[in-house]
Design a protein around this ligand. Sequence first.
Ligand code: S3P
Length: 173
Amino acid sequence: MQHNKRHLALIGMMGTGKTTVGRAVSELLDMTWRDTDQELVAKWGCSVAEFFARYGEERFREEETAMLRACLEEQRLLLTTGGGIVLREQNRQLLSQWAYVVHLDAEPHEIIERLRRTEEERPLLRGDLSARVHAIYQARRDFYRFADLRVDTTGRAISDIAEEIARAWREHV
Ligand code: S3P
């Protein structure tokens, strides 16, 4: 590989399917998979929601950046990330430098439906789910634009999305 982008990273808003698609892509490409949130949960011994409640979002963002750095130092990984990782310019630069970045996107109405069905507790979605998703979608859409590839997942099967990403990755490496 002529470039530094040795990892494959999936970014995207909560509910765009990063975890489900990540699992499928890691199987297709036989890549080691890490998820920044899952790594943090394992490190802390408590959930993201509990960490937010105890220490607040700013502390969470510090931990998230440190975990991103640690993951990027490893050998080639498939990396999935929390939806807000793109908020810090530093994180966008790190991802862009070290990973082939895929932005999983979906229309807000589909994000809302998917999030309704999940049991995970997401601290930033407390209150009116639809209003929160629309607001976060608008506020963050530009932050995802640095990705090398954008994939609209609306109405598509997981296997189909995973295959598109695997194909793009094979062309990249
Ligand atoms: C967040 C998304 C969550 C988690 C935290 C903050 C965000 O990850 O990192 O609740 O700011 O969008 P998922 O995108 O996996 O839900």
